[in-house]
Write a protein that binds this ligand. Structure first.
Ligand SMILES: [Zn+2]
Length: 305
């Protein structure tokens, strides 16, 4: 199978590269140190890291999915156009990077609509995919997923069924499902985990990928694949950048935000060097083309039925 092609039921499982296109200060570890009122005065670095991703992907002939923040699309529409021009998928990563569980359902809709408007001004009409900031569509806001369906999204990639102090949702499904049986019902693609001894272990991006030694990442990726879960790798432009902000983070925040940052470009290069790849949109279409995806309906205040 050609590189960059998509796996299906009879071919090898693809690796999916996703990049959340945002500034270094959009990460929630920085929120107390770099509040939104100061964002416009900060050093903006997103172009550098994004171009580094684009060049690396080009060298390996791999297409990826870029979830772009509306805040970023508004300031760098040419960067969004460049991502699309190079053949990658552009998805939506909210407008202002709020944690969704802090929003009412009306505020959530308004944030997504504002992001869609910013993406449209950058030439991206009706993106197929959405990813919430910090995977924050968690109980009790699973029912917010239906807003994404109303707004025309085809799939969501925000559920991360792990235990985590901020966004954990270990009882959420580990494998894809739809909100209803119809062709227009939203497909939900959870982030990958390996389930071992009743615990879901993450491995595929951000701090997990940076801090794990390569053999541990490779082991977890292979174990998850054997459970039918492809690697959806995720990273940020700031993880591909030499810039180290001087914000006074707590040690655990610094570990999560900057720990082993030098390893991300090296690990991404290594991931791109082997296997077959698909964009998340291609993967979603393949999933929908098959039979038997379960239906899970979000229940307000309770999660998923
Ligand atoms: Zn983000």
């Amino acid at each position: 199978m050609a590189r960059g092609a998509t796996g299906n039921a009879t071919s090898p499982t693809p690796t999916i590269i996703t990049i959340d296109v945002e500034e270094w200060f959009h990460g929630h570890n920085y929120l107390a140190h770099v509040p939104p009122s100061t964002w416009a005065n900060q050093e903006l670095r997103v172009e550098r890291g994004t171009h580094r991703c684009l060049d690396l992907l080009d060298r390996h002939g791999v297409k990826a999915t870029f979830f772009v923040l509306g805040w970023t699309a508004e300031r760098f529409p040419d960067l969004v156009r460049e991502i699309a021009r190079r053949g990658h998928e552009v998805g939506c990563h909210s407008y202002g990077h709020p944690e969704v569980f802090h929003l009412t359902i009306t505020e959530f809709r308004e944030d997504v609509e504002r992001a869609l408007a910013a993406l449209a001004r950058a030439g991206i009409e009706r993106p197929a995919g959405y990813r919430a900031p910090s995977f924050s569509v968690t109980p009790p806001v699973h029912h917010y997923l239906s807003v994404l369906q109303d707004l025309g999204f085809r799939y969501d990639c925000s559920l991360f069924p792990v235990r985590h102090p901020r966004y954990g949702q270990p009882r959420s499904p580990r494998t894809p499902f739809r909100l209803g049986p119809g062709p227009d019902d939203l497909l939900v693609i959870p982030m990958p985990t390996w389930r071992c001894a009743g615990v879901n272990l993450p491995f595929s991006g951000g701090g997990y990928l940076r801090l794990l030694p390569w053999p541990a990442f490779a082991f977890l990726r292979e174990r998850a694949r054997r459970q039918g879960v492809p690697a959806i790798v995720y990273l940020h432009p700031w993880e591909m950048d030499d810039f180290r902000p001087e914000a006074k983070l707590a040690p655990w925040q610094r570990l999560r935000s900057q720990g082993q940052q030098d390893t991300m470009p090296v690990k991404l290069e290594r991931i791109l060097g082997d296997g077959i790849f698909a964009t998340l949109g291609e993967h979603a279409r393949n999933l929908c083309a098959g039979d038997g995806l379960p239906v899970r309906r979000p229940v307000p205040g309770r999660g998923l039925a």
